[in-house]
Design a binder for this molecule. Structure first.
Ligand SMILES: Nc1ncnc2c1ncn2[C@@H]1O[C@H](COP(=O)(O)OP(=O)(O)O)[C@@H](O)[C@H]1O
Ligand SMILES: [Mg+2]
Length: 242
């Protein structure tokens, strides 16, 4: 397997808080990695760093062997990196189809506003996450949390990603919604998609990943198979309060 994404001794400080404390890990192409750790461990910060929404103070982030640390977010999206947000962030005044369209044209607002929409492609992406054709005209305020998470995934898929960073992808969902999203992710994984998945729902997470990295206070404390990491004494102490 080839290494797709590489974090190399990455530090990020917010004032006095060290959110990422010399973190290093790799993700291979086609691999699905669980990133676990208690609230405040620095998981979301890592996603923001990988997307270039914030910049690390030191250390390198490489994608396909190239240091992308200086690239703006839209350039990273173009190269195939995408994320969903812990709190869904749809464009509230746009319907489902338009939200997907934004993903398809991430750095081209002109195309978005005036270009001819590719309705077939929008519908295909919407369907791939479980929406029906009639959902395309719905606005985010009418969507359940499960549908909002689907919309996050659709918006992300519309950028044609090579790696998807999924933040708390099962949070706030019913058991039925969790199963539906898990099934979709399993399908994408079979197709060869690369993932980093953050979730506190270990039952849903375990069958979706090849490997896990556990972190606390911005540092990796264990890395290995899901079972190995969850059985690690330091992880149990930090994560499960044992
Ligand atoms: N924009 C920010 N400004 C200041 N502190 C932040 C910011 N983002 C995150 N933090 C802090 O960094 C630490 C890691 O946060 P976060 O990455 O959100 O953790 P997690 O996603 O694992 O819950 C926390 O202490 C949090 O308060
Ligand atoms: Mg978080």
């Amino acid at each position: 397997m080839a290494t797709l994404l590489e974090l190399d001794n990455v530090f990020k400080r917010f004032g006095g808080i060290v959110a990422t404390n010399g973190l290093s890990f790799n993700v291979e192409k086609g691999e699905s990695l669980a990133l676990i750790g208690p609230n405040g461990a620095g998981k979301t910060t890592i996603f923001s760093l990988i997307m270039g929404e914030i910049r690390q103070n030191s250390g390198a982030i490489r994608f396909k062997g190239h240091d992308i640390s200086a690239l703006p977010t839209h350039e990273r999206i173009k190269r195939g990196i995408s994320r969903t947000y812990q709190v869904p962030r749809p464009f509230g005044d746009m319907d489902v189809a338009q939200n997907i369209r934004v993903g398809m044209t991430p750095d081209n607002l002109w195309q978005m506003v005036f270009g001819a929409p590719d309705l077939q492609a929008e519908l295909e992406i919407a369907r791939s996450v479980g929406f029906r054709e009639e959902d395309l005209a719905r606005t985010p305020s009418t969507l359940s949390m499960g549908d909002l998470r689907k919309l996050e995934l659709a918006r992300t898929l519309a950028t044609k990603p090579e790696i998807m960073l999924l933040d708390e992808v099962f949070a706030g969902l019913t058991v039925a919604e969790i199963d539906q999203i898990a099934e979709l992710l399993a399908e994408k994984r079979k197709e060869g998609m690369t993932f980093i998945i953050v979730s506190h729902d270990l039952r849903a997470l375990e069958p979706l990943v090849d490997r896990a990295v556990a972190m606390t206070f911005g540092k990796a404390i264990a890395e290995g198979s899901f079972g190995e990491v969850m059985g690690d004494a330091a992880v149990r102490a930090a994560y499960l309060g044992e």
